[in-house]
Design a protein around this ligand. Sequence first.
Ligand code: BES
Ligand code: MN
Ligand code: ZN
Length: 485
Amino acid sequence: MNIVFAPSRTDLPRLVGRIVGEGPLPEGTPALVAEAAAAARFAGKPGQTFEAFVAGQAGLSRLAFAGAGDLSAAGRRAALERAAGALVAKYLTSGEEALAIDFADSGLSAQDAAAVLLAARLRSWQYLVYRTRLKDEQKPSLKTIVALSAPEGTESVWDIESAVAEGVEFTRELVTEPANVIYPESFVARCQERLAGTGVEIVVLDEKQMAELGMGALLGVAQGSVKTPRLLAMRWKGKAGARPTAFVGKGVCFDTGGISIKPAAGMEDMKWDMGGAAAVAGTMLTLARRKAEADVIGVCGLVENMPDGNAQRPGDVVTSMNGQTIEVINTDAEGRLVLCDALTWVQKEYQPATIVDLATLTGAIIISLGHEHAGMFANDDLLASQLDAAGKACGDTLWRMPIGPAYDKLIDSPIADMKNVGPRYGGSITAAQFLARFIDKGVAWAHLDIAGTVWIDKAGATHDKGATGFGVRLLDRYVRDVLEA
Ligand code: BES
Ligand code: MN
Ligand code: ZN
């Protein structure tokens, strides 16, 4: 979606939308239109839309209104997003190619207007690369959003927000691509392509290099696949000095479960088991595009989890990069095995002060929190509260879950230092405990279990059904509010 700013009110598209709160329609709305809106019970409620056809200067004009509800409340950003999303969804395949959003006398700030534009752009994103037989009326017609009479300063806020949009869209693309297209090697290639020229430094480790480093946990997962694993590190050094911050993502490009194979129904979903890695990659793109004043390293542990003659077996014992031994009770609990070596590596290589990992780690977190929050586990209350605040501010919301010694001992193993699964109950927590065993003393760490928020089968305010891009806005907001503050 193209976002342009209109300096004047000439040459406008015939479709003009407005974001309105509850109460009377904006001044200047033709009386008959206001009457029609009332007759149609349009009250500016969140997500409500209303359209009127009127005679314009050069023929037909379409006036559209989208309700944001109560704009005074703390949920202002979410309300604006809901209105913008509803407006764009309504016209995406309408045949109209351009939609002007008229901000004149809207009472909105530059931040508000940029939030509207971001939501409009994000809601319009679709990945139609493989849809070769779409009928014309199924294809999105809307190509341009014209920001009309935007509040002063909107364009410079938009410069930053458009970097966020790019990152979210890149994440969604990686998540949406099927596993025959995006596997460890091609994931790396796609990142190299997209990050070329941005100033992000890229380091890639192949299987041999990881073997030399002793990453037995990650390699044990990868060994059942003909697709070789990669470790991808992307550094945006927008600031020199102190210890960097690391974002680490689970990049299981397809998760069959391995020898502990998953049931067939729904297994296709496991193409998005690399949603954590994709969020890290998208975030790095955003940070570089907006030239964030922060030193951030994004690490992706990239593997495919397949059953095969060479696959690891339940009961196998593997040794992680930091020398801990792990009994692999269930080959489907592979994400933690990939992450533990990625976590060790980033700590050894870069000494980060703070680590946030993102992973589609457990089905259990979907049972706990549904699709509304990602689960957050942290060893540091300050980091947890900063991430929680970032989530509330941007809409990628988190819910903190407990960790502690009583859960930790559930993964002790009789034959090795630990096993990769605990008992049936509290599965998201024991997964987090496993990761905690790989965090060095003095490092502030949070683990985000995003299994329920990476992919949603129903459209929301800022996304169509499918990939949400969860994590990019969250991490970007954290960088702005904490690292750049
Ligand atoms: N990738 C899955 C978790 C998952 C499940 C994500 C459903 C999204 C939707 C993960 O690798 C996994 O298989 N976890 C197991 C752990 C179990 C074997 C302890 C699970 O959640 O069932
Ligand atoms: Mn699994
Ligand atoms: Zn998995």
